[in-house]
Structure formats: C-alpha cells, structure tokens
Write a protein that binds this ligand. Structure first.
Ligand code: SAH
Ligand code: SF4
Length: 355
C-alpha cells in the first residue's frame, strides 16, 4: 500500500461522486462501486462487471484499495469471535464479533493502536499509544471481518451493530472516527442506523463538547466511579477533566436521537462496589436520561484489581434499580480467549506480515 494514498473505503458516497465528476468520469459509477464493496464485499475489481475500466484504472491509480488482513481469529465457547487485524505497516489491532439474540451481531472495533489514556484497570491502557487508525483502517475492520465471515462461516453474514469499545479512545481520534461513522451510515453502502452505533469515551471533555458535529449515535461514558479520588485512581484523565467538568460537558450532548446516555461502570471488589458508591451515583445521574451498564471487572494476567462476587454484583444492580435507574449488567463474553472488555492487547504486536 502507498501510505500517501487515501483509502477507497474512507469516502462517503457524495465524496466519491464528487471525485468521479471532478475527474471527468460518470458520477453514477459511485453507486456501483459502493454496491460492490459495501454490499457485496467484493474487492476484486476484475469482478466489477458493470464498472467501466476507465473508472477502475483511475481508482486503482489514485486510491489505496488494500484491505486490512485477518491475521488470526479465535472462537470463544459462547460464540464470540476475536480477530487480529493486521494493518499495512504491520501493526495489529483486535476486533471482536459478539452475537446476541434476534440475529444481532455486534462488532467491537478499535480506533487506535494502543491508547494514550492509561486507565489502570485496562489491558490496552498498559500499551501506550502507537498511533491513530485511519478512517480506512476503522472501516476496514468491518469490511474485512464481514468478508471473512462470508468466506468462512455464512455467505449471508452481516454485522448489525458497531461499538467503539475495542482498543483506543475514539474521541482522541475524533476526525477519523467521525468520518468512519459517516461511512458506516451511508444508505447506499453498509447502511447502519444511528441507533446501531455506540461511541464509548473515557471522558475527553473538549471532544464531548464537539459532539454536536458528530452523527447522532448512541453515547456511552466510561464513568467507573462516582467520587473524584477513586475515578482518578482508575483513570488518570480525571485529573484533567474531573466529574464536575465531565458532567458539564455531558449536559451539552444533544439528546434528540437517543434519549439516554449510557454510563459504563466497571465493578471492582472493595473499590467502587460499596453503599457510598450507590449514593454517589444517585447524586450524579439523572434517572430520566441515564442508563447504567455495570461491567464486572475482567481480570487479565498482571491485573491488580479483583472482580466482586456474583452476589455483590447483583446487590449493586438491585440497589440502583430500586432507586429507579435502568441498570443492566454486561454479561462477560469471550473471556476464555481474552476478548472481553479491557482484555484486548495485541499479543503479536509487530508481525512482519508484508515481508
Ligand atoms: N476507550 C474507550 C472505549 C474502549 S474501552 C473507553 O474507555 O470508553 C471499552 C469499555 O471496556 C470501557 O468502558 C472500558 O472502561 C471497559 N474496560 C476496560 N478494561 C476493562 C476490564 N479489565 N474489565 C472490564 N471492562 C473494562
Ligand atoms: Fe484507553 Fe478505554 Fe482502556 Fe482507558 S479503558 S486505557 S480510555 S481503551
């Protein structure tokens, strides 16, 4: 791949039409190209029978048409499948396909290689940030996984939801994540609705304040603590943007499309699972517009925190529900292959895939 070239898979349909028109080519070819790549998952231009060779030659010359590679995949006993996705500079990220009822298949995508935020409970956080992913690499996780599933599991496979909950802090890579989200939502292509996409953030206040400029997808805030001292212990970002500033920014999120903000709350034994944490959450969260998603801490090698007992988790959830909150506990998926939340860390960091 040529690093200077833009990925063909990073353009909205309008951008592709404009490009073709400005290049003196038929702009309706954009719909045909979109149909091949985002509906048929056919990336071999020789098979694009209804697209003129002039258009194909132009695209080949001016765009990067390579896809990320599925380097490895592992299937968990619960049906969750983890993919190690290799980029052209041989960095890798992980993407996880999680099945749910009603034929839902959610793809958990990564937005960065590593992460700069450094949360103390997160496996990815221990890596530091290597670099942002490009728009083409974010969209490419979806297309490469879909193609892999169609080639290997089910020729009709379709990923129905996206959560930005893989490696990285999506709002740190604001522009590329925003553009990828637009591409995911294009009707002529993948066509995901705004409620099928969830952006999860650790609480980057200036970027949360810019969410008016972002497609109106679901927003999940990684809260994890209701008291500043505990949140700072878990998430160093709380030193820069404490709870007061965070909630000042959250109040400005336009709630038109999604009436609720989801708050993710990792439950860690004897740290944030106590009665005073329930009280703190009730003081912070408006029950009319908040949903709480409890995530029992997933242990990983070297993690210094402990998961509470099932009884304690149930108690915490019941206490919040008793006070009128919508509260769910995330069932841990993919634990046996280290694909659960916070366990993602590319083991095969620098593989020489392209040598
Ligand atoms: N960086 C973003 C999105 C990726 S993390 C964010 O932090 O929101 C996705 C979710 O997994 C976050 O809520 C994160 O806090 C959670 N997570 C990270 N490590 C975890 C662990 N060890 N156990 C359970 N959840 C974890
Ligand atoms: Fe980064 Fe999210 Fe992990 Fe924190 S929890 S280190 S923000 S990926």
């Amino acid at each position: 791949m040529n690093a200077q070239k833009k990925s063909l898979y990073s353009l909205t349909i309008d951008e592709l039409r404009t490009y073709l028109k400005d290049s003196g080519l038929a702009k309706f070819a954009a719909d045909q190209v979109y149909n091949w790549i985002f509906k048929k998952y056919q990336f071999d231009m020789d098979k694009w029978t209804n697209v003129s060779s002039k258009v194909k030659e132009n695209l080949l010359e001016n765009f990067d048409t390579s896809l990320p590679k599925i380097v490895w995949n592992g299937l968990s006993s619960d049906g969750t499948r983890k993919f190690l996705v290799g980029m052209s500079d041989s960095n890798t990220v992980e993407a996880v396909a999680i099945p749910a009822k009603n034929n839902r298949l959610t793809l958990c995508v990564s937005s960065q290689i590593g992460c700069a935020i450094g949360c103390t409970f997160c496996h990815t956080g221990t890596m530091g940030l290597t670099r942002h992913l490009t728009t083409g690499e974010i969209v490419g996780q979806y297309t490469a996984v879909t193609k892999w599933l169609r080639d290997n599991v089910d020729e009709e496979a379709r990923l129905t939801n996206i959560v930005y909950m893989g490696q990285g802090e999506p709002l740190h890579n604001f522009e590329n994540v925003k553009q990828a989200t637009k591409v995911f939502m294009q009707d002529q292509g993948i066509g995901l609705g705004q409620r099928k996409i969830t952006l999860s953030t650790s609480g980057l206040v200036p970027q949360i304040e810019k969410l008016q400029d972002f497609p109106p997808v679901n927003v999940a805030i990684s809260l994890h603590a209701a008291h500043n001292n505990i949140r700072t212990e878990l998430m160093p970002i709380n030193k820069a943007y404490d709870l007061e500033r965070l909630f000042g920014a959250i109040k400005k999120i336009p709630l038109k499309a999604h009436r609720y903000i989801t708050y993710e709350y990792i439950l860690i034994s004897e740290l944030n699972d106590r009665p005073e944490d329930i009280e703190g959450l009730c003081d912070l969260l408006d029950k009319k517009v908040s949903k709480v998603n409890l995530i029992p801490f997933n242990e990983y090698p070297e993690s210094r925190f402990k998961r509470p007992s099932d009884k304690q988790i149930e108690w915490f959830q019941n206490e919040l529900m008793r006070r009128g909150y919508i509260c769910t506990t995330r069932i841990t998926k993919g634990n046996d292959i280290l694909a659960a939340c916070g366990q993602l860390k590319s083991e095969h960091d620098k593989l020489n895939l392209w040598d």
